[in-house]
Design a protein around this ligand. Structure first.
Ligand code: PEP
Ligand code: MN
Length: 278
C-alpha cells in the first residue's frame, strides 16, 4: 500500500496544526500531555491535574475503559470516570483526552472530553474510527503494536474521509523480541511519519518502554528530534497505580521533564522560543 492520498505530504503545503481545547499539536511547539493510565478517584485526579497544569503541561489524559491484556486486571471505572477527569481538568484549565474502546462508548466520551483516543489495539477498528471521526472532535490515533506506518496512515485516512482532519498520530512502541522493554520504541518510525504526512506526531514513551526510568530521556529525545509532543503516564503515588504502575512517573518527574523539554527546545531553536504548551 502506498501512502494514502489525503495524508501525503505533497497533498498539503503546510503541516497541520490540530487544536484540542486550549492544546495545540503541531506548528513548531512541543505539546506535553500527562495523566494516569487509569482514572481511579477524585483525589488522584485532582493531584494529577494540579501537577500537570503547574508544570506547564498542555492536556490531561486518563483511561476510563481500560483495554487490559488480562480480563482479571482492573478494567477502569467505566462511565463513572468521565465526570472525574472532566471536573479535575476544568478546575485546572486543562483540556482532556480519553480513549473510547468501542463505537457505543463514543457519544458519551465525546460529550465529556476534548479529544478522543483510539488505542493501539483498536487502530484498525473501522466502525470505531468512523464513529469517533464523525463527532468532529480531534482524534489521538495510536499505532497498533504490530502495525506498519502505512497501516497507521490508512487508519488515519478513515478519519479524514469522514471530513475530520484533526488527527494526531502517536508512536507507542511496537512488538519486538526483547522483554527488557515492554515494546520497541520506534523513534525512527515516528520521525519517518513526519516525512510522510502533514499530521502532528507525538511519542508515548510510557507504553513504548514500560519503565518509568526511560520516560524522561525518551521525551527529551522526541523534543530534540522534532516530534510534536509526548503523552506520559503520571500518578501521584506511582507504585500504587491500579494499572501500568511500572511505567508511571510522579509529579516531580513530570515537572522536571517539562522544564528540560523547554531547555532542549530553546537550545535548538533558531529564532523561535518554543513553549511546552504548544
Ligand atoms: C493508554 O494510553 O492508556 C493505552 C492503553 O495505550 P495503548 O492503546 O497505546 O496501549
Ligand atoms: Mn497505560
Amino acid at each position: 500500500m502506498s501512502t494514502p492520498s489525503m495524508l501525503a505530504q505533497g497533498h498539503h503545503s503546510t503541516n497541520r496544526t490540530v487544536t484540542a481545547g486550549s492544546a495545540r499539536f503541531g506548528g513548531g511547539g512541543f505539546t506535553l500531555v500527562g495523566g494516569p493510565c487509569s482514572i481511579e478517584d477524585e483525589v488522584q485526579m485532582e493531584a494529577v491535574a494540579s501537577a500537570v497544569s503547574a508544570a506547564g503541561g498542555a492536556m490531561l489524559r486518563g483511561g476510563a475503559y481500560k483495554p487490559r491484556t488480562s480480563p482479571y486486571d482492573f478494567q477502569g471505572l467505566g462511565d463513572a470516570a468521565l465526570p472525574l477527569i472532566a471536573a479535575a481538568a476544568r478546575r485546572h484549565g486543562l483540556p482532556t483526552v480519553v480513549e473510547a474502546l468501542s463505537e457505543t462508548q463514543v457519544p458519551l466520551v465525546a460529550s465529556r472530553v476534548d479529544m478522543i483516543q483510539i488505542g493501539a489495539r483498536n487502530m484498525q477498528n473501522v466502525p470505531l474510527l468512523r464513529a469517533a471521526a464523525k463527532t468532529g472532535l480531534p482524534i489521538l490515533l495510536k499505532r497498533g503494536p504490530a502495525a506498519s506506518l502505512d497501516e497507521l496512515l490508512g487508519a488515519a485516512e478513515y478519519v479524514l474521509l469522514e471530513g475530520n482532519e484533526n488527527v494526531v498520530l502517536c508512536e507507542r512502541g511496537i512488538r519486538g523480541f526483547d522483554t527488557n522493554t515492554r515494546n520497541v520504541c520506534d523513534l525512527g518510525g515516528a520521525l519517518r511519519l513526519k516525512e510522510l504526512t502533514h499530521l502532528p506526531v507525538i511519542l508515548d514513551p510510557s507504553h513504548a518502554t514500560g519503565r518509568r526510568s526511560l520516560v524522561e530521556p525518551l521525551v527529551l529525545a522526541a523534543a530534540a528530534a522534532g516530534l510534536d509532543g509526548a503523552i506520559v503516564e503520571v500518578h501521584p503515588d506511582p507504585d500504587r497505580s491500579k494499572s501500568d504502575a511500572a511505567q508511571a512517573i510522579d509529579p516531580a518527574t513530570f515537572a522536571r521533564i517539562a522544564a528540560r523539554v523547554r531547555a532542549v527546545r530553546a537550545a535548538l531553536a533558531d529564532e523561535e522560543v518554543y513553549a511546552v504548551a504548544g
